[in-house]
Structures are given as structure tokens and as C-alpha cells.
Design a protein around this ligand. Structure first.
Ligand code: 5GP
Ligand code: ZN
Length: 111
């Protein structure tokens, strides 16, 4: 847990948030400022700053994040219509919260 990290606070319940999904390694919650009808964040419980800080041993965590994204796309009924999954990396890549998270964005033409 990193003291001044917003997502560490959310993950550890210091800022109350509704988790749509939780397992041993990650949680999912809705983005506070959604860019689409469905905008979820898949967030590892362990603090990792960005993709740049991933190590070899994190391969299964990252794989899990994509499988959770797939599961949440089904749960939100956007899997058939389609969606985007996105990591912003560091300031130039649009990252503003420096705790790794995968965006799941879609639902424009949810059927
Ligand atoms: P980034 O630009 O770092 O990839 O994305 C950070 C995302 O976190 C943004 O889409 C922003 O709207 C979202 N966000 C920022 N603060 C909060 C918060 O307190 N709660 C939630 N649920 N989302 C947040
Ligand atoms: Zn953190």
C-alpha cells in the first residue's frame, strides 16, 4: 500500500467504493468520469505504478486482468457489440493515476 495513492486507498477500503468484482489479485469498479456508457477499471490490489514497472513474475497477473476484462464485458452485456481495453502509460500516454489499471470501455451500441 502506497500512502498517497488513490487506488491503493480504494483497494484497501479507505475510500468507499462499490466493487463489481473482486478476487485475490484484483478488483473492478466503475470509472468516476466515464468516457462511455460502460467504463470500468480493472485494478490489481498490489501497487504497481505502470506497465513500465511490470516484471517477469507479473505475467499471470496481467493475463488475469485481461480475463477479468472479458468476464466483465460479458457481465455488462457489451461483449457482442464490442469494447476497448486500454492501458495508459505514464504522463505522455495519458496516465493520471499512477497505480496500474486496465480500462474497459464500451456500450455505445449495446444490444
Ligand atoms: P488514467 O488516465 O490514469 O489511465 O485513468 C485514471 C482514471 O481514473 C480516469 O478515467 C478517472 O476518471 C478515474 N478516476 C480518478 N479518480 C477516481 C476515483 O476517485 N474513483 C473512481 N472510481 N475513478 C477515478
Ligand atoms: Zn497504489
Amino acid at each position: 500500500m502506497v500512502e498517497d495513492c488513490l487506488f491503493c486507498k480504494i483497494v484497501h477500503g479507505e475510500i468507499p467504493s462499490e466493487f463489481l468484482y473482486e478476487d485475490e489479485e484484483c478488483v473492478v469498479f466503475r470509472d468516476i468520469n466515464p468516457h462511455a456508457p460502460v467504463h470500468l477499471l480493472i485494478v490489481p490490489k498490489r501497487h504497481i505504478r505502470s506497465i513500465n514497472d511490470l516484471e517477469h513474475g507479473d505475467a499471470s497477473l496481467v493475463g488475469r486482468m485481461f480475463l477479468v476484462a472479458k468476464k466483465m464485458a460479458e457481465a455488462e452485456n457489451i461483449n457482442k457489440s464490442g469494447y476497448k481495453v486500454l492501458f495508459n502509460v505514464e504522463k505522455g500516454g495519458g496516465q493520471v493515476i499512477f497505480h496500474l489499471h486496465l480500462h474497459l470501455i464500451g456500450g455505445w451500441d449495446r444490444k
